[in-house]
Design a protein around this ligand. Structure first.
Ligand SMILES: [Zn+2]
Length: 299
């Protein structure tokens, strides 16, 4: 991996239409990512979804994940570290508590992109029939071999199941995809009647407001706000059951008539209002200076 700033990544993609609303018009919001590598990002003019200006193809993305992702972001390529596991366990507890009021007794839960399986394990320990799938080899192997969990090693495109589930969860997965709409549709197809989907992603609107382009990176092909995540569900005829909005944005969706698309798009445009190239550059330096002088905000 080439870490030199002001240079391009070895993989570069091509311009694409908005992966949610299909609009081609976009506005550039940054030329760089948090490492000062050249990685232009743009915002959809219609729904404000943030995306890589030059999107990798499926093939390039799998190449990136098999060769660079874990070493780029976690400095390991041989399975999860104990620090990683500890963090995931506490996140799993919070997420399961959020989900709890919406669960029936002994629910069937499928965790999309389950990593090393901490959520699957916790849900199972609390009486759910939980399973998952994970494209990363070392993490899925750990979940299966070390934990004995029902976890398959594959991506969502190749995951097939006959038996329906009551809940699909996907934590910090959808911001890595290039076709979130297709992945969401497929998740809906795994649900029982009355089933729910719980998605959590980093809140890009908050990230940009706080850190500027420090919140942009190679692994996150798309960036959601509260409303662009609602819009994703709305395109799949899912409406909001509950929202958890903060540093991350989590939404529990259920089948039903969503709010009108135009209204959601308008709210999304408002959410990203003033987040232009100039403001995002400026915010990066303000955030960097505050870190330099020891005034750390909540991270
Ligand atoms: Zn759009």
């Amino acid at each position: 991996m080439n870490f030199l700033p002001f240079t391009k990544y070895s993989l570069t993609g091509s311009p694409v239409e908005c992966p949610i609303c299909g609009n081609v018009k976009r506005t550039q919001i940054s030329k760089y990512d948090r490492r000062f590598k050249i990685l232009p990002h743009s915002k959809c003019d219609e729904c404000a979804l943030v995306r890589h200006e030059f999107m990798l193809s499926d093939e390039q993305l799998s190449q990136y994940y098999s060769a660079n992702y874990r070493t780029d972001y976690q400095w390991v390529n041989s399975g999860p570290t104990s620090r990683h596991i500890q963090k995931r366990v506490s996140e799993a507890k919070l997420r399961l508590n959020n989900l709890h009021p919406h669960l029936k007794k002994n629910p069937k839960i499928l965790d999309f992109g389950c990593g090393s399986g901490e959520f699957v394990e916790l849900a199972q320990n609390r009486g759910a029939m939980a399973s998952g799938f994970e494209p990363g080899k070392s993490y899925s192997k750990y979940a299966r071999d070390q934990k004995g969990l029902d976890v398959q090693n594959c991506g969502w495109e190749n995951y097939e199941r006959e038996e329906k589930v009551d809940v699909v969860t996907a934590f910090h997965v959808f911001e890595h995809l290039i076709d979130p709409l297709k992945a969401f549709h497929k998740s809906v197809s795994w649900l029982n009647v009355g089933g729910i989907i719980y998605i959590e992603v980093p809140n890009m609107a908050n990230g940009l407001k706080r850190k500027g382009f420090g919140s942009l990176h190679m692994a996150h092909t798309i960036g959601f706000g509260r409303y662009s995540l609602e819009l994703l569900g709305a395109y799949c005829d899912m409406k909001i059951l509950e929202v958890f909005n903060g540093y991350n944005i989590g939404i529990i969706f259920k089948k039903g008539v969503p709010r009108p698309l135009d209204k959601i798009k308008k709210d999304s445009i408002d959410e990203f209002k003033n987040l232009n190239l100039k403001q995002i550059n400026k915010q990066f330096w303000i955030y960097s200076a505050s870190k330099l002088f020891g005034k750390r905000s909540v991270d």
